[in-house]
Design a protein around this ligand. Structure first.
Ligand SMILES: [Zn+2]
Length: 632
């Protein structure tokens, strides 16, 4: 436990929302391929953001703000991965029943009760990630549970929804999205907020992920599973963290968020004790461009060359608080910079807790203090940019400073690759949903339920036990193979070849992982080829030691056979006669050594010979032969 925090004692509550892409043959509401494209887009189209008012009359403030700024969305597409449905030019087709079945099966495996009728709903999403301005979603099953260790974690609902378009970048007022991902079916599993520690959060995510993978119908690889977390502690705030892509980061994200909130609570208490009130932070901005006329600070000089300005604001009694660390390498000042970047589109901020620095001198800081009439315990924040941007940025800084006095602001944050998070947008109100009138409800009949429920896949624990018993693998290896996407391949190979289960399992987990780490594109080698490799070992045309070289070669020659790999690499297994010749030669060359050490020369000989025949002879047959010869 980091910092020795007793999470139970501080009252941490975490709920998870797992989003897993399904491996279906078509998208959720059309027949397009559920795949991402890597090439250049075939077509693009430009749309404006429409901050539509939902039924409850709420407008997402962040979306409205972007709309005001004239933000437009450039959508990129190819014709195999999207059609008129994704472009919102044609109504959605009926719900993909293959996806319904997988979601239903997942729900049943988590003891959830299927709904009588599936109703597709629209959830307002106005950041441009959906061309329609909403995301379609439907509840499939309710009130389940998943067992994690000794605890039964309640599952609130299992839903089916369409994935959103993926953001590719932003250039000025144009945001680029690819609609290939839009409409890929996702199953969403939401737990009750009953998780009490970072470690438990990870375990629950892992357990749910295992059940979903057990359906055998989910996509694999980075970006195909995304975890959203909602985290709260008493006196803090309910925080939503979106898009944690790696399991390892789930516990870290919780740890950091607790750390962040505890620090913010402490800052708030201290600020209050110092007698500063929210209305004491004023939206009073000072044009301090003149202070930096001769500056050596590159960022500011560049702005001034473009005739832009430097604007400053005073934060009374904030001195020292902006450099307070909230997460590793992340301070209250960083939090203000995030806000300034988001609302003001500036590159960042400068503040007096870190000055003089960046080419800004002590003399300039003194002038700055005078210009804004700052007293000893005040902090100053400044931004250099276009006048309208600097004002928006400082307004956001002032708001964040006022929130710092109050406590922890409710936010939606996004996960960074290191487990820390950054500001994404203010937290919207409760999910705004209304019925999707283009799609009729679907009844779940007894008969259909019976059909789906009659062949539920093996649960992860059962599978683990069975694999261990049936194949005599150790626990660690069983876990690895059972969790891997190649567990079916493992069973197929073991059944058709005489190769030992341990050898196959080690290859499918550790060896492939190691090869991948070395840059071999192991995913280019099909399961069919891998089975061929083991059949060749079975018929003694190939040695186990040669497998890595064969895989590496096949990854670069996708349509070639294992036989071709063997002959191209010169890895044909030596005949008994050829091997005997090599052994005899080595024994003759080491005659003196053998006379001195007798049978103890074995190890040295083995090393010499294996070096020569690696990949062309089994270590077993070599050692047998050497022993026989030495005994003679
Ligand atoms: Zn389509």
């Amino acid at each position: 436990m980091r910092l020795g925090i007793d999470y139970e004692k501080i009252g941490l509550k975490v709920g998870l929302e797992i989003h897993q892409q399904l491996d279906t043959s078509a998208k959720l509401f059309c027949n397009c391929k559920p795949e991402l494209f890597r090439e250049e887009p075939e077509l693009t189209f430009l749309r404006s953001l429409r901050p539509t008012q939902s039924e409850l009359g709420q407008v997402d403030p962040a979306a409205y703000f972007e709309f005001q700024k004239g933000v437009r969305i450039l959508y990129e597409a190819t014709t195999t991965t999207s059609c008129l449905v994704e472009m919102d030019e044609e109504p959605p087709h009926p719900l993909n029943m293959e996806a319904v079945e997988i979601a239903l099966r997942s729900g049943l495996m988590m003891n959830a009760k299927p709904v009588d009728e599936i109703h597709v709903m629209r959830k307002t999403v106005i950041d441009g990630s959906n061309t329609t301005g909403f995301q379609r979603t439907c509840v499939i099953a309710l009130n389940g549970d998943v067992k994690v260790g000794e605890k039964l974690v309640p599952i609130q609902h299992v839903s089916l929804e369409e994935d959103a378009a993926r953001k590719m970048g932003q250039e000025g007022e144009i945001i680029r999205y690819r609609i290939d991902r839009l409409g890929i079916p996702l199953v969403e599993v939401a737990t009750a907020p009953v998780i009490n520690s970072p470690k438990e959060a990870k375990e629950v995510a892992l357990a749910i992920g295992r059940v979903l993978r057990a359906t055998g119908k989910v996509k694999r690889g980075l970006g195909t599973i995304r975890q959203d977390l909602n985290i709260s502690i008493p006196n803090g705030a309910l925080m939503e963290i979106k898009g944690v892509q790696e399991l390892e980061l789930v516990s870290l994200a919780v740890e950091y968020e607790v750390q962040r909130q505890l620090s913010l609570i402490k800052i708030s208490e201290e600020l209050k004790k110092n007698g500063i009130e929210e209305n004491g932070v004023k939206e009073e901005f000072f044009d301090v461009t003149d202070v930096f006329k001769q500056t050596k600070c590159k960022v500011i000089r560049k702005t001034l060359e473009k005739n832009q300005q430097v604007l400053a604001v005073k934060l009374p009694k904030f001195k020292g608080f902006l450099k307070r660390e909230l997460m590793p390498d992340f301070r209250l000042g960083t939090e203000m910079a995030d806000r300034a970047r988001f609302w003001g589109r500036v590159g960042g901020i400068f503040h007096t807790d870190e000055l003089p620095a960046y080419g800004i001198t002590t003399e300039e800081v003194e002038k700055l203090k005078k210009a804004v009439k700052a007293e000893e315990h005040d902090a100053i924040v400044l931004v250099a940019d276009k006048p309208e941007n600097t004002e928006d940025a400082l307004r956001a800084v002032v708001e964040r400073a006022r929130e710092a006095i109050k406590g922890v602001p409710q936010e939606t944050r996004t996960s960074n690759p290191d487990g820390t998070t950054h500001y994404m947008r203010p937290r919207p109100g409760a999910a705004r949903m209304y019925p999707e009138t283009d799609i009729p409800p679907i009844r779940i009949t007894e008969q259909y339920l019976k059909h789906v429920g009659s062949h539920l896949p093996e649960m992860p624990e059962q599978k683990l036990e069975r694999l261990m018993k049936e194949y005599g693998l150790n626990k660690k290896l069983t876990k690895q193979i059972s969790d891997s996407e190649r567990s079916e391949l493992f069973e197929a190979i073991v059944k058709e070849s005489q190769v030992s289960p341990t050898t196959v399992a080690v290859f499918l987990t550790e060896t492939l992982k190691a090869l991948k780490r070395d840059g071999v594109q192991v995913d280019n080698v099909s399961e069919k080829r891998i089975r061929e490799i083991f059949m060749s070992i079975n018929s003694e045309e190939l040695t186990k030691e040669a497998i890595p070289d064969i895989i590496s070669w096949l990854s670069k020659h996708e349509n070639k056979s294992v036989k071709e790999a063997i002959s191209s690499l010169g890895l044909e297994v030596l005949s008994k006669k050829e091997l005997e010749k090599i052994v005899d030669k080595a024994i003759r060359a080491s005659k003196k050594l053998i006379e001195e050490r007798g049978i103890n020369a074995f190890g040295v000989l083995m090393g010499i010979i294996m070096k020569e025949v690696r990949g062309r002879a089994n270590a077993g047959s070599v050692s047998e032969l050497i022993r026989k010869k030495l005994e003679q």
